[in-house]
Design a protein around this ligand. Structure first.
Ligand code: GRF
Length: 195
């Protein structure tokens, strides 16, 4: 059994789907051992608490890089975490942490990496740029996290169409549906050693 830590900052819809899939046996061999939020205001936190999971709030504010790194690592070690699942976690992970958990940190991004990713590409902005560029398709990508932003090896990617009258909000919803499908699939692939 591998222990997962799911990191969130917002609504946590990816987290929710992953938790449901674990519960229903659609992701096997994992235990959701910790949900960590960068803010106490994350809506997903309440869901995790109500589900009886162990939760933690870790606020980066006024902390040095070393303090962030040591603080996060001790929380992860306390729960004997094997894999970190970033699910809408808005903060950048410190390099020491990324190094320690190399090939054991996954992230999901709402575009077809290497397009529309990197610093500043989050939230609606991603979809606004896709539409502005006149793209005919977009999608989502699950990838390993390395020291860069959205630069780690790709685990799974799936596309969806972009329609001429799409608004960023409409496209965001279409992409989010794909995210919910592929994140659980990618976790299962990694856990079963298919990747
Ligand atoms: C998703 O679009 C994900 O790709 C990005 O942040 C968003 C999180 O959404 N990294 P949610 O909190 O899982 O609903």
């Amino acid at each position: 059994m591998k222990n997962l830590a799911i990191f969130i900052s917002g609504s946590g819809s990816n987290m929710k789907t992953i938790l449901e899939n674990i519960k229903e046996g659609r992701i096997k061999g994992v235990n959701p051992a910790l949900v960590l939020s960068s803010t106490s205001k994350a809506r997903g936190l309440e869901y995790a608490e109500d589900s009886g999971l162990k939760t933690a709030v870790f606020n980066y504010k006024n902390l040095s890089e070393d303090e962030i790194s040591n603080g996060l690592i001790s929380l992860l070690e306390e729960s004997e975490i094997d894999f970190i699942i970033l699910a809408g976690f808005i903060k950048i992970l410190p390099p020491a942490l990324v190094k320690k958990y190399k090939n054991r940190i996954l992230n999901i991004h709402p575009s077809l990496i290497p397009k529309f990713c990197g610093k500043g590409f989050y939230g609606l902005k991603v979809h606004e740029e896709v539409i502005k560029a006149g793209e005919k398709e977009s999608g989502a990508t699950v990838h390993y996290v390395d020291e860069g932003v959205d630069t780690g090896d790709i685990i799974l990617q799936r596309t969806c169409p972009v329609y001429p009258d799409d608004t960023a909000e409409v496209l965001q919803k279409r992409v989010l549906k794909i995210e919910h499908e592929i994140y659980s699939e990618a976790i299962q692939m990694v856990i079963s050693g298919e990747n």
